[in-house]
Write a protein that binds this ligand. Sequence first.
Ligand code: GSH
Length: 203
Amino acid sequence: MQLLANTTSPWVRIARIAMIEKGLDIEPTIVDPWADDPRLREANAATRVPTLITDDGTPLPESLLIVQWLERERPPPDYPSLLGADALTTLSRAGIALGVIDAAVHTIITRKVTAPVLFDETPVGLRRRRTMAEGMARIEGIAARTPFAGHGIPTLDAICAVVALDYLRFRFADAPWMPAMPTLDTLSRRLRERPSFGKTMPH
Ligand SMILES: N[C@@H](CCC(=O)N[C@@H](CS)C(=O)NCC(=O)O)C(=O)O
């Protein structure tokens, strides 16, 4: 099994955390998706990370498909459930964080082809920023009212929330529009003690 990955992508991190929590702690194969690495291009027509290549050589792109496959291949009770007892609530919460991650990655990628100010201050750039700020404020509110499963095995909502938070701290460190997120910061610090989160911090 091979995981084509890089060290910054939040999508890669979701897949890696899920794999490690399911007992598949394999060393990722680091590739640069922007350099059109031939191994990545062959395995994934979209040339994006993460792309998993299973033991029988089947390429599996898309972080959430990898999560879905893991849940099917390594189901509870032998392995931890990534969906928890209330799958709908878990997925609904995860959906907010995924919107944030998408907006953040979109902003960073668009900056590659335009000057930062040019994109960030455009109507679309401001819309992406609003998604990040509002999405994280909502997740923070939810986490403060009904804690994520931060004490036990993290489910997909906690994984996505912390991946979103750590990615924003990594890419938009001093952004004045970032809401205060004390509950999520605490959750992130606590989960970082787990190898799945600790060894996959963006860098
Ligand atoms: N929906 C995909 C998104 C993957 C993605 O966009 N990966 C980025 C890195 S953050 C990438 O490889 N980009 C290269 C490109 O867009 O050409 C997933 O969930 O895996």
